[in-house]
Design a binder for this molecule. Sequence first.
Ligand code: HEM
Length: 142
Amino acid sequence: MTVVRWMMVLMLGGTLVACASSPEPKTLWDRLGGEPAVVVVVDDFIATVAADPVINQRFARTDMPKLKKLLVEQICEATGGGCKYTGRTMRESHRGQKITVAEFNAMGGDMFKTLEKFKVPQREKDELMALLGSMSPEIVGQ
Ligand code: HEM
């Protein structure tokens, strides 16, 4: 083998080792299981919200199938799934509702219950809850 060939073999080998030792980190969307899993989670979450006496009256006139679709899109976009959220901003859609911290926390509790039910691992549960929690300034007290 010529020196050039040996160099090519070594370079290729190095690249393969580099790829094997530092795989592309998976997005939260992928780790959650992508669209099929998130659709199931959002369905269960909305059913839990609809049965939650602390907040269900808030949704008496809401188009729930549309809300579910928008939530999946929103989670997809925010977790790196590459979707485009087509709904209104959190400030726009909650403006005038005067949502309280207690109501926001009740909804967080409903999501937590759903994630526990589907045995979503701790890390993914923490990341998703933190992501939703970070939206509170746009939702609470508007
Ligand atoms: C992190 C928490 C929350 C997220 C991610 C969220 C997300 C959303 C989204 C995506 C929409 C649809 C926007 C659109 O129509 O374009 C929406 C609407 C709505 N949200 Fe929230 N929401 C949260 C918390 C809450 C809380 C705590 C309440 C009340 C207890 C609430 C009550 C509503 C209601 C009533 C609507 C429908 C508004 C309408 O029909 O005009 N949301 N929310």
